[in-house]
Design a protein around this ligand. Structure first.
Ligand SMILES: [Zn+2]
Length: 624
C-alpha cells in the first residue's frame, strides 16, 4: 500500500542493482574499438545482426543470473544469517557488474541503422536501467560505488534527538506520527534529523552527482536526469511536461485538502504555531517529510463521520480466518475475474507468518523467482484489516509477474515503472463494503450509510492526495541538480523553495543555506528515483475507474466493486501480459481505452470529499 512496501523481483530490478564495478570499467576503458579494428563490442560486430545476437545472448545470460540471484535473495530475506547475507551480496555484485557491462555495450549499438524494432527497444531498456551510471575513466566507477555506499550508510546510521536524547531513524519516524508529542518536540525531532543526517552528506552528494552525470553522458544522454526521464517512451522534455500536466489536473484537490488541514491545525495549535494563512509547518503533519498525513487523521476527522462504520479486523476475527485463509480470499478475488489459480508452489514456498526461530525481513513483498510461475509473497501476516488489504496488493504484483511471463526476459516488467505499484493499489482500492458483502464477510445491512463516506474518503486522501506534490518534487529537485540549474550553493535553498512551491509547507526552524535537508529523505542518499510513486498514485484510480466502467457501475466511484467480472479480468490481463514489450500508452489503452495517464479518475473518486472540503473551507484563505 505505502510506496515503501515494494520489493519486487522484476527483470529490470536485476538490472537496476547497479553499482558500477571498477574492474569492469577498466576493462571497457582498455578494450574499446581501436582505429583500424573492425568495430566490435564485447565480441559482437557493430551491425544490426551483431546487435540482435548481443541482445539474445544477453537475455539468456541475465535470465540465468536472475534465477540464481533470486534464490539467494529469497533465502537471505527469509533466513538472515552471515552466510545468506554474503551469498546475497555476492550475487548482487555479479548482477550489478553484468548490468553495467551490458548497459555500456548497449549504448554502443544504439545508433546503428536498420535495427529490428524489438532489438532497439531492448537496447534502450539495457541502457536506461543503470541507477548509478559512472564514467569509464579509471577509478570513477569505484569512486561512485564508494560514495553511494557511504551515503547509504550515513542515512542508515542517522540519528535525531528527542528531548535532547539520541533517537534512531525508525523511532524518530514513528514519533513524528505520535499525536501526543508537543510542537516543541516535533520541531526538535524534525530539525535535528534534517540537520544531523542531511548536512554532512552534502560534499559526497555533490561529487556523486558529477560522476553520475558524466556516466549518463557517456551513455548518450544530456545528463542523469534526462536519462531517468528517457524510459517513458517519449522525449525527456515531453515527459517532464506530462508530469506537470498531471499535477495541474489534481492540484485543486490538494489545495482544498491543504486549506482544510491548515485550518484544523490552526484550531488545535493557535496562531503562534500554525497561522491560519500561509504555508503549513512541516513538522505538524504527522510525517517527517510531510509526504503522507494519515497519522494526523484524528485531528481532522469530521465529527459525525469520523469512523467508517465497520471494522475489517473484527470481520476477520468473526470469520475465524487464519493467515493462509486471508491469502486464499485474496486469490479468490483474482479467480473471480477469470485469472487461473496460483500454482501449488505458491503455498509451499511463500512466507506467510513470521517464523518463530529465525530472523527474517517482514516487509511485505511479491516475488517471481523462476520462470514467472514460481510466485511467492513474503509477509509476516497479522490477522488485521491492514494486512488483508496488503495481501490483495501484493497478489496484484504476483498476477502481473505471471501475466508478463509470456514475454522475452527484458520485457518482463510493468509497462512503465508506475504501473506495477498501481496494479497492487488498484486491487487494494477494490476492498469496498460492496466487495465484502459479495465475499460474505459483511452483511448487507451493515454496509455503512453514505454519511460515513466522507470520513473514509478523507482518511484515504490524507495519504493519497497529500502525497502528490511530494511525489513530484523529489525528482524535479534532482533533475535541477543534474541539469545544472541548481548549483551546489543552492542545494538547500532550492529544496526548501520547491517544498514551499509544491507542498505549501515550511520548515519549523531556519535552515542553513549550506545544509542539505533533502539528504534526510532516504531516496536522495539512496539514489532511488521517485516519479514512479507519483505516477502510481494517479494510475491506480485510472485503472480502478476503467474496471468500474466495464461493469457498468453507476454509484459513486469509491463504492464500486468489480468482483466476479470476467470481462474486467480479460481487459486487465491484456494489459498485464504486454509487460514492457510495447510503449506504455499501448498497454494503458488495452485496459482503459486511453493513451494518456491522467488524474481525472482520482478527482472523480474524491469528488464527494472535494465538495465537502470546499463547503468547510468557505471564507477561509486558500493557498500560501
Ligand atoms: Zn507494492
Amino acid at each position: 500500500m505505502k510506496f515503501a512496501s515494494i520489493a519486487l523481483k522484476t527483470a529490470a530490478s536485476v538490472l537496476a542493482l547497479s553499482l558500477a564495478a571498477p574492474a569492469l570499467a577498466d576493462h571497457h576503458a582498455g578494450d574499446g574499438p581501436k582505429a583500424g579494428d573492425l568495430a566490435m563490442v564485447d565480441g559482437y560486430p557493430i551491425t544490426a545482426e551483431g546487435a540482435a545476437k548481443f541482445v539474445a545472448d544477453t537475455e539468456a545470460e541475465m535470465k540465468k543470473m536472475w534465477v540464481l540471484g533470486g534464490r539467494a535473495a529469497w533465502i537471505n530475506s527469509t533466513y538472515i544469517t552471515d552466510d545468506t547475507n554474503a551469498l546475497n551480496a555476492h550475487f548482487g555484485a555479479m548482477a550489478a557488474e553484468m548490468s553495467v557491462a551490458k548497459g555500456l555495450a548497449a549504448a554502443k549499438f544504439a545508433d546503428i541503422e536498420g535495427l529490428d524494432p524489438d532489438v532497439k527497444r531492448k537496447l534502450d531498456i539495457l541502457r536506461v536501467a543503470l541507477t548509478l551510471p559512472a564514467p569509464t575513466t579509471p577509478g570513477a566507477a569505484e569512486e561512485a560505488a564508494s560514495l553511494a555506499t557511504s551515503l547509504g550508510a550515513a542515512y542508515g546510521q542517522g540519528k535525531g534527538t528527542l528531548n535532547g536524547e539520541e533517537i534512531s531513524g525508525s523511532d524518530i519516524e514513528a514519533e513524528m506520527g505520535n499525536l501526543e508529542r508537543t510542537p516543541e518536540e516535533l520541531s526538535e525531532m524534525w530539525s535535528s534529523w534534517h540537520t544531523n543526517v542531511g548536512a554532512p552528506m552534502k560534499g559526497d552528494y555533490v561529487r556523486l552527482a558529477e560522476l553520475t552525470n558524466a556516466g549518463a553522458q557517456e551513455l548518450g544522454y544530456a545528463d542523469f536526469g534526462a536519462m531517468q526521464r528517457s524510459k517513458y517512451d517519449m522525449s525527456a522534455d515531453q515527459f517532464a511536461a506530462e508530469t506537470e500536466r498531471m499535477w495541474q489536473e489534481v492540484k485543486p484537490l490538494y489545495m482544498s485538502l491543504h486549506t482544510y488541514v491548515r485550518s484544523k491545525l490552526n484550531e488545535k495549535y493557535g496562531d503562534d504555531i500554525q497561522p491560519a494563512a500561509g504555508p503549513i509547518r512541516a513538522d505538524l503533519l504527522g510525517n517527517m517529510w510531510a509526504q503522507e498525513w494519515g497519522n494526523i487523521y484524528p485531528l481532522v476527522a469530521p465529527e459525525s463521520a469520523g469512523d467508517i462504520g465497520y471494522d475489517l479486523t473484527s470481520l476477520i476475527e468473526e470469520k475465524g480466518l487464519s493467515e493462509v485463509d486471508m491469502v486464499k480470499v485474496g486469490e479468490k478475488f483474482f479467480s473471480s475475474l477469470g485469472f487461473k489459480d496460483l500454482p501449488a508452489s505458491f503455498y509451499e514456498r511463500s512466507q506467510f507468518v513470521k517464523p518463530r526461530d529465525r530472523e527474517v525481513i517482514c516487509h511485505a513483498s511479491a516475488w517471481d523467482v523462476e520462470d514467472s510461475n514460481d510466485l511467492r509473497i513474503k509477509m509476516c501476516i497479522k490477522k488485521n484489516g491492514d494486512d488483508f488489504v496488503t495481501i490483495h496488493h501484493e497478489l496484484g504484483h504476483n498476477y502481473y509477474q505471471r501475466a508478463y511471463g509470456v514475454q522475452d526476459f527484458l520485457y518482463r516488467d510493468s509497462a512503465n515503472d508506475g504501473f506495477h505499484e498501481a496494479i497492487g493499489d488498484m486491487i487494494a482500492l477494490s476492498i469496498t463494503p460492496e466487495y465484502l458483502v459479495q465475499i460474505d464477510m459483511l452483511d448487507r445491512e451493515d454496509v455503512p450509510s453514505a454519511d460515513k463516506d466522507i470520513g473514509l474518503l478523507l482518511r484515504q486522501a490524507m495519504d493519497k492526495a497529500a502525497f502528490l506534490p511530494f511525489g513530484l518534487l523529489m525528482d524535479r529537485y534532482r533533475w535541477g541538480i543534474f541539469d545544472g540549474s541548481t548549483t551546489p550553493e543552492e542545494y538547500n535553498t532550492d529544496w526548501n523553495k520547491l517544498r514551499l512551491e509544491y507542498q505549501g509547507i515550511t520548515p519549523p526552524t531556519d535552515r542553513d543555506a549550506d545544509g542539505f535537508d533533502p539528504g534526510a529523505k532516504y531516496h536522495v542518499p539512496g539514489n532511488v528515483s521517485y516519479t514512479r510513486y507519483f505516477l502510481a498514485r494517479l494510475l491506480q484510480f485510472q485503472f480502478y475507474k476503467a474496471a468500474c466502467d466495464k461493469v457498468g457501475w453507476e454509484g459513486p466511484l469509491h463504492r464500486c466493486s468489480f468482483y466476479g467480472n470476467e470481462e474486467v479480468g480479460k481487459g486487465l490481463n491484456d494489459m498485464l501480459a504486454m509487460g514492457s514489450s510495447k510503449p506504455w500508452p499501448d498497454a494503458l489503452e488495452a485496459f482503459t481505452g486511453e493513451r494518456q495517464m491522467s488524474g481525472k479518475a482520482m478527482l472523480e473518486y474524491f469528488a464527494p470529499l472535494k465538495e465537502w472540503l470546499d463547503e468547510q473551507n468557505k471564507g477561509k484563505p486558500q493557498g500560501w
